[in-house]
Design a protein around this ligand. Structure first.
Ligand SMILES: Nc1nc2c(ncn2[C@@H]2O[C@H](COP(=O)(O)OP(=O)(O)O)[C@@H](O)[C@H]2O)c(=O)[nH]1
Ligand SMILES: [Mg+2]
Length: 369
């Protein structure tokens, strides 16, 4: 029987964490237009763009990073100020030129160019830069910020002016006051901005981006469902050559990766130590056995658990049920947290508790019918 030591599960966890590249987002625009505020509005606190938690990058650009997203926050320029003269050089020569056409960790995946609605005007430099960024092959969009400072007519005028100077550009109307003001929220395109960004990111970058977002439970749910589906298929592959029940631990890496991925999507912290002990010890593999034990009764012709085998279908069903149940738990916890409620449950505790196992069994049985 293959053993899964805490060390090997730890390695599995590390692999999951490092397997994915992180989206790199550059945010440009004049000083004070609300660039940093946009980032703080959209992402989890751990990406917070403020004061001293960034690392100096090139001149005027600071990198704020966590393991889900890298934000290159540019200080911007002031109209008539010294930096207006070299802002283009700073963005292009110092920063973008070195990253053009690369697909490695340095690539710039998205550029958000902010223009303030409050200022009711933008500069020729803004238009020139946006055009040049797009012409250079970067995915760029325009953030029209502080729209709460505009009336509807002014807002429409700004949108029309931008469409005239930047035909076909993707422009998103934003205000950081949207969460407190439903009327204002209706004029804002926050979800369109995150959709646009999600759609312009490839493969696993999408997953990291969704992890970084503070809201968008719908996107998180979609992404988690994809993780469960992937793990279900992977587990069925493990079980394609039927394995004795005592070897259900073979499913540990797949299930560990799945649990980690789902928790990450919902921004729920599960300690590495907890995952290791849950996965390697009595947790996930035992859960697999006990779930399958409950499942066995449903499969005609299979005798006792001890003599039973895990086949592709059982392995897939267990993993799917486990992922579905865990995902729902995380969804609820994430929603509570967004609604400002304290977490109702201790996920680490629940994962090994009887109610959760019962729920997984229920789901597995349902899937088998
Ligand atoms: N009314 C209003 N003020 C905003 C909005 N977004 C940012 N601000 C304010 O604008 C100022 C500059 O914002 P900041 O994010 O630091 O701009 P940055 O220099 O472009 O990073 C701050 O006082 C923010 O509170 C918004 O949507 N509406
Ligand atoms: Mg700033």
């Amino acid at each position: 029987m293959k053993e899964y030591s805490p060390e090997s599960v730890n390695q599995e966890v590390e692999k999951v964490l490092q397997a994915q590249k992180v989206p790199n987002i550059l945010i440009c625009g004049q000083t004070g237009v609300g660039k940093s505020s946009v980032v703080n509005y959209l992402f989890n606190e751990s990406v917070a763009v403020s004061g001293d938690n960034g690392e100096p990058c090139t001149r005027g650009i600071t990198l704020f990073r966590n393991n889900t997203v890298n934000i290159y926050d540019s200080e911007g320029y002031e109209i008539g100020g010294e930096r207006q003269k070299y802002y283009e050089q700073l963005i292009f020569d110092d920063f973008l030129a070195k990253r053009k056409g690369t697909t490695d960790a340095d690539a710039v995946h998205l550029v958000w160019y902010a223009i303030s609605g409050a200022a009711k005007k933008f500069t020729e430099l803004d238009i020139k830069l946006i055009k040049r960024i797009k012409a250079d092959g970067f995915h760029a969009c325009v953030l029209l910020t502080k729209i709460d400072e505009l009336n509807e007519e002014q807002l429409n005028d700004m949108m029309a002016a931008l469409q005239k100077d930047l035909p076909g550009a993707d422009v998103f109307r934003l205000s950081i006051n949207a969460r407190q003001d439903e009327g204002l929220a209706q004029f804002c395109d926050w979800d369109k901005l995150t959709d646009w960004s999600y759609n312009h990111l490839a493969g696993t970058l999408k997953e990291r981006f969704v992890m970084a977002l503070r809201g968008r439970l719908d996107l998180k749910h979609k992404q988690a469902t994809g993780i469960v589906a992937g793990a279900t298929t992977a587990a069925a592959t493990v079980g394609a050559i039927p394995i004795p029940f005592s070897d259900a631990a073979l499913l540990v890496p797949v299930q560990t990766g799945m649990i980690m991925g789902i928790a990450g999507i919902y921004g729920i912290h599960i300690g590495k130590a907890a995952i290791s002990s849950v996965a390697a010890g009595t947790g996930i593999s035992a859960l697999g056995k006990s779930v399958a034990g409950g499942l066995m009764k449903l499969i005609p012709g299979i005798g006792t658990v001890a003599g039973a085998i895990v086949n592709a279908s059982v392995a897939g069903t267990i993993t799917g049920a486990l992922g579905g149940a865990f995902s729902e738990l995380c969804y609820k916890q994430c929603k509570d947290s967004l609604d400002g409620k304290p977490p109702a449950v201790d996920i680490e505790q629940i994962l090994t508790g009887p109610a959760f196992i019962a729920e997984v069994i229920r789901r597995a049985k349902e899937a088998k019918q």
